[in-house]
Design a protein around this ligand. Sequence first.
Ligand code: NAP
Length: 377
Amino acid sequence: MGKTGEKISILGFGCMRLPTYGRYDDIDRKQASKLLDFALESGVNYLDTAYSYHGDGGNGGDSEVFLGEYFKDKDCREEVYLATKLPVWLVKKKDDMERFLDWQLERLQTDYIDFYLLHSVKERNWSYLEDMGVLNFLDDALANGRIKYTGFSTHDEIELFKDVTDSYNWDMCLIQYNYLDEEIQAGHEGLKYAFERNMGIAVMEPLKGGVLANHTPPEVKKIWDNAPIKRTPGEWAFRYLWNYPEITTVLSGMNSMQHLVENIFTATDGKSNSLTSTELKIMEDVKEAYQGKIEVDCSACHYCMPCPNGVNIPGCFSYLNQAAMLDDPTEVHIQYKFMLKDEEKADMCTGCGVCEELCTQKIRVSEKMKRVKEEFK
Ligand SMILES: NC(=O)c1ccc[n+]([C@@H]2O[C@H](COP(=O)([O-])OP(=O)(O)OC[C@H]3O[C@@H](n4cnc5c(N)ncnc54)[C@H](OP(=O)(O)O)[C@@H]3O)[C@@H](O)[C@H]2O)c1
């Protein structure tokens, strides 16, 4: 991991999408433990969580609590690198930072966090956090051993990314990166920028929250089918990322054994600069074929949830994207009708805009909900 010298597995376990019993805040602990057991046995040694994961709308979620129980049960805390994040949007004064860190250590049943990140730094909160003394807080936490290394995550633009990067001696950062998102947010420029500064780089949303693996437009499918090497769309997406020497670890939210096994298998061949020119050309063709096919850039991160009016925002957008990608969307229309409850559908959207404040992809949700209504009327 960059200047730290720590040896991190190239596949990290994203604990934002653990298996649940349906509701996002109701983790299926038995299945989640099984997945973690298998991941750790297979060499995955980096777990990424956050105060808010598996909670409701930014408040304390169950992901950290589950991990704390898991570490205790399996007595395996020392075997993993644990990354978690300060929920900066809940910080109103410097004491809050201390309070959150202590509370997170308690939830995680540990004395230290390996990688402590400022969660989702934005232009509108960065100077406020600096003025409040967030960098001194990190210095103190490092000095007294409660955290080992520092980092930040952001979905904001490259200017903010550089500004934050230059403001502190960060060990690492977490950025959204996948073959369709190289020119947005920190993007490729940010990747290079952080790498030149010897920071470790963890990647989130490598499959765009699953879109790149699960919803393939016919034009893209044709390219995969004609490729001389047979790989699943997920394998192509991961191999593309691991080809970059700048990327330290790719985090994936893996909530089924099938996905976990596939991603671990793909990682065995994930070497930097390993793709041939033919393979890179295939990826360029795929990127081109995707142009205009994704109607909403939703990565289903759930930061917008719960909607005050009950709309299942990521669900609605997933159906809209699927319908937009297919020549014949009849099946998707049927799924929208029967898989979503009426109270979760776009008709419930009042355009209040609460979600737009929280959206990591800056989607104009209210506008797009009108498209969902129109598509599925
Ligand atoms: N700090 C931040 O602001 C922030 C934001 C987002 C994410 N993150 C972190 O980054 C981690 C990774 O991001 P992500 O969860 O969005 O990763 P991702 O890999 O882009 O998306 C995960 C989803 O992809 C699908 N998937 C995974 N492996 C697959 C495979 N082999 N074949 C088919 N589908 C597969 C699953 O979707 P289905 O369940 O639909 O099948 C899974 O839920 C998160 O878990 C979280 O820890 C941080």
